[in-house]
Design a protein around this ligand. Sequence first.
Ligand code: GLA
Length: 728
Amino acid sequence: MTILVDKKKKLFTLQTKNTTYQMKVGKFDHLYHIYYGKRIDHQDLSYLMYNGPSHYVPYPHEAKNRVGSLTLLSQEYPTVGTGDLGSVALDLENYDGTRVVDLKYKNIEVINGKYSLEKLPTFYANNGEAQTLKITLVDDLTGIEVELFYGVFGNNDVITRAARMSNLGKKPIKIHKMQSMSLDLIFGQYDLVHFHGRWGAERNYERLPLSHNVTSFGSNYGVSSSKENPGFLLVGKNTNETDGYCYGFNLVYSGNFRATAEQGALGQSRVTLGLGDDQFSWKLEPGELFESPEAVMSFSGYGMTNLSHNFHDVIRNNLCRSKYEKARRPVLVNNWEATEFDFTGKKLLQIAKAAKGIGADLFVMDDGWFGNRYDDNRALGDWFVNEKKLGCSLNELVKKINAMGLDFGMWFEPEMISEDSELYRHHPDWALNFPQRKALLDRNQLVLDLSREEVRDYLFERISAVLDSANVSYIKWDMNRPITDWYSKNLTKGRQGELQHRYILGLYELFGRVTRKYPDVLIEGCSAGGARFDLGMLSYEPQIWTSDNTDPINRLGIQYGTSFFYPVSAMGSHISDSPNQQNGRVTPFSTRAAVAMCGTFGYELDITKFSDEQKEQAKKYTKLYKKVQDMTCNGDYYRLASPFDRSNDLVAWQVVSKDKSESFLTVVVTNVVANASFVYVQLRGLEASDNYEVNGEIYSGAALMNAGLKLGRFKGDYPSQQIYIKEV
Ligand code: GLA
């Protein structure tokens, strides 16, 4: 049993293989959080709760002895107006203008299997591997009912959460904030690890002491953003990759989000995570429901690598329904950095021929194939093939590429519209725009109002028409700007605060239609590189272009930060040109290949210009990738040396197959020094008592992991080494 309910004590315990999560209904029927951490069996842990006096903090009227202030007690789902003075999970306005919702326990239900949400993507269970706990809370005075859902993936040490509100009252209410989860920890000192960034430098690792200040971060970009990722960690002061306790939190959502972390007055810690609330409001009529996006959390008592493995496994097994989640991903060649907009059908065929020559599986035609799209100032929205530019129909082009033995993929940016487009000329009101103001531009483009059904219908019709006209097996679904000008002509004045969420609901609805109609098409996400790298997107597309920055040295940091939550199989990563297009750095082919292999591998440069030597190198690395691909994408990933630790002269990582029979080590030297010692690396994840062959020598797993492996001395600019390790 993963869910234990003691009805008499009103004590609810979620057990996973290695963790325990406990809640209890208190004296005044509030739901308290008791414990989340290493597994503890058969114990009511409510003795931990604060039961001292309330000094100058409000307590419920019934608490005659002044004990029971909700600001001192750990809450499961704190709300405004009840005496909890921290960052709450729920803030709403009743019809009479009062801003209070006092949720009391009503009932509990244990359900076999995993709950789902009506309009939002969620993790799913395969054959009975998850259970659901549903706790219903109600405010009798207003008729506000909140159901808290817990999905327990016992074997993965993962718990998902979501909240659903029903207005059972007689008048409408307005929701101002409704988080997916809140977690209170009664005591302990923590650091907060979050992943911030910008275009070309996504998901930088930052570790800060959790303090009494509220640390609040999130996105107001309309997408989950490169500024902050929704995934973050709370870790013990001494926690590192291999030791110590840590919590990870993430959100199955692709739009604005808000996370908070703070210490309370008595040293308790609280984190909340959910929808962005800066400009959010939602009117809920009597009888209506509102569901929060799903949050996902995990605890590891054994360091951050273990925590990452929990997330990697549940993402690979329980999130995306695409058949490609499990299937081998094609090695692709994309023409963007080779040609940008300046291509013809003939040039594409030349690239495709060269792609076949180096062993690739898929050719991808990027931006510039439609309407009048000769540069990035125009034509977004006009999803009609430019046959003049291609010199033939799409079907003819694809047939030629298929005849070479390659699959064909293409780029779309469905959510956008250019002012200089046929679509805009016919439907200027389809773009998000404040009345009487000029909309803000980014890359000279505007955003379509995806909350509108007719807009989504148009996009579905256009995408379908293109896909139906040729044998397309891959889509790169791009989205290249933050969303601003939040005004929809379809919503009334009082409902404009709903638009940001309605946009994402519309986006998911469109994704649902496309993926249901084209289950055999692999979708790779992209958003000015990696600005929408989140679990919402990964529910529909198994891989996402990690960053427009393809410099392998910058990518070390980007891929390192991404790896805390997201598996290698989710990270699009390609070999590009040297000097690099974004930062001009010169790096060896071997290092570009080594870094690109830590992801879904491909090429992003003009491979028709390869010298014979480069062709041979490309063939060699494509072959090597295919040899290690299953292990890299499906195995366990270990961060061995961090690019964010300035004292390191190298960055190293390792993947190990689930059965521990093979492993693949990569070392990139970022600072070559004269007269250096040898490079030593302690491997991880091997079977201590088994023997492994490394470069023709035999070592025990224990030796490789404890004593370490001795590598060479490195010379030159950004050298690297990849080592295949096999059990013997
Ligand atoms: C974005 C993407 C690139 C490329 C261009 C095309 O910048 O991140 O990979 O597809 O758009 O315009």
